[in-house]
Design a protein around this ligand. Structure first.
Ligand SMILES: O=C(O)c1cc(C(=O)O)oc(=O)c1
Length: 307
């Protein structure tokens, strides 16, 4: 099979394409499981990448995402707007409409979005908006603007998804904890997993969740956070053991406020591209009982996105 292209665009140098031909997971996902963090990219010739983007990915279409969903054994997807599409949510909305109720979305909107556009996105299945604080991915938006957006989406029952790196949490803590909606943190706030799980940096994240019951976390992206591996490749059943204590701690401490997703097609990985089947096999390391697995994969995402 030919390697993915980027439509009329040229991929960022060194771009790693998503893993072609993932294995069938050994871990059997519970019925109704949701992949609660994944993306579509383009295709670029149909849904152009945004002029303000910081990277150009390979294409990753809705058809390819839905095929992966079925192959891995997920029931549904939550598709998150990727920064390479800026605040142009057309590719996302197109995927949601094609999913026949089997996908919900998280959009990126700016201050110019109209109430009619918000309503239209809601009808297509959007249930949240994403605020990005990772500097390499997007230019920063003033907090007053973000706060205004949060207040505008709140009446729709939407939540805010935030993406930031652990070192920046102190600077944003008061803002995050003052948001008026449910707040979902991407990838556990990107902890530095070479630091102790009970050290001060991760403790601040745990404190934020403990003291604010509206804050949830995705316990996703071990492939992005891991330093020591081993990688989810070549049949590895115990991948990313250095990330496990962080995710397991959140799953066990906040079992009703955690979500999991593949992060397919894994933007901006530099080291390797994981086999998504083996990423699913990572789950029982962090959610070690059938009850915790059902909450993480079925109950929590369905409550947040489908009720
Ligand atoms: O929207 C994105 O561009 C994006 C990027 C990354 C990353 O580069 O870490 O991770 C994500 O989950 C999403």
């Amino acid at each position: 099979m030919s390697k993915p292209t980027a439509g009329d665009f040229t991929k960022t140098a060194g771009w790693l394409d998503w893993f072609d031909g993932p294995s069938k997971p050994r871990f059997k996902l519970p019925a109704g499981a949701v992949d609660a963090h994944c993306h579509v990219f383009g295709p670029g010739d149909k849904f152009p990448y945004a002029p303000e983007r910081k990277y150009t990915p390979c294409d990753a279409s809705k058809e390819q995402l839905f095929a992966l969903r079925d192959h891995l054994g997920f029931d549904k997807n939550v598709i998150v707007q990727a920064t390479c599409h800026g605040s142009d949510n057309r590719a996302l909305v197109d995927a949601l409409k094609a999913a026949n109720g089997k996908a919900r979305g998280v959009a990126t909107v700016n201050a110019l979005v109209t109430d009619a556009e918000l309503q239209e996105m809601h009808a297509a299945g959007v249930r949240g908006t994403r605020f990005n604080f990772v500097k390499r991915l997007a230019d920063s938006t003033p907090r007053e603007v973000l706060r205004e957006i949060a207040h505008r989406i709140a009446p729709l029952g939407w939540h805010v998804v935030i993406y930031f790196e652990a070192a920046d949490l102190p600077e944003h803590y008061d803002f995050f904890t003052s948001l008026p909606t449910t707040v979902v943190v991407d990838h556990m706030g990107r902890p530095d997993v070479t630091k102790p799980v009970d050290g001060p940096e991760f403790a601040l994240f745990v404190k934020m969740m403990r003291e604010h019951e509206n804050i949830w976390s995705k316990v996703s992206c071990p492939e992005r956070l891991s330093v020591a591996g081993p990688k989810a490749l070549n049949g590895e059943q115990h991948a990313y053991t250095d990330v496990v204590p962080f995710a397991k701690h959140l799953v066990e401490t906040f079992p009703d406020r955690v979500l999991w997703g593949t992060d397919w097609p894994h933007p901006n990985l530099k080291d390797h591209m994981p086999d998504d089947g083996l990423l699913v096999d990572y789950i029982p390391q962090i959610a070690t009982t059938a009850e915790l697995q059902k909450k993480l994969l079925v109950d929590n995402p369905n409550r947040l996105y489908w009720s």
